[in-house]
Design a protein around this ligand. Structure first.
Ligand SMILES: [Zn+2]
Length: 117
C-alpha cells in the first residue's frame, strides 16, 4: 500500500502550494516516476482519484510521466538507457554500472487555479 502514502503526501504538497498562492483549487499535477521505482502507476492514479474528492485536488488531473532506467558505467562513463533489465554497459560490456535514474519520484509541476476576487 505504498501508493496510498505517496498520494497522501502529493495531496499534502498540493495543499501547501495552494495555500502559498492563495489558490482555491489545483488544476493539474504532473509527476515523474522511474520505471524501477516500484510504484504501480495505474494503482497510483486510482488512489489519487479516490483520495482527491475531499481535498484541494478534487478537480485536479494527475499526469504521470514514466522515466527510463539510466545507467552510468564505472569503467567508461557511458550513460545508457536500460532495455529489458540488462544492467550492462552497451559500450564496453562492463557490469560495473550504477543506476542514476529510474527509481525516482519527482513532482514536475503543480498547476493551480487562482482565487478570483
Ligand atoms: Zn562502459
Amino acid at each position: 500500500m505504498h501508493e496510498y502514502s505517496i498520494v497522501a503526501s502529493l495531496i499534502d504538497l498540493c495543499e501547501k502550494e495552494a495555500k502559498k498562492h492563495d489558490a482555491k483549487a489545483i488544476k493539474r499535477l504532473e509527476i515523474r516516476v522511474g520505471r524501477l521505482s516500484g510504484i504501480e502507476i495505474h494503482f497510483l492514479e486510482q488512489c489519487f482519484d479516490t483520495f482527491k474528492e475531499e481535498t484541494i485536488c478534487h478537480d485536479a488531473t494527475l499526469v504521470v510521466e514514466l522515466c527510463e532506467v539510466v545507467l552510468l558505467c564505472t569503467s567508461c562513463h557511458e550513460q545508457s538507457v536500460v532495455s529489458e533489465n540488462h544492467f550492462i554497459c552497451p559500450k564496453c560490456h562492463s557490469e560495473d554500472v550504477s543506476m542514476i535514474g529510474g527509481q525516482e519520484l519527482h513532482v514536475k509541476s503543480i498547476e493551480i487555479i487562482e482565487d478570483v476576487r
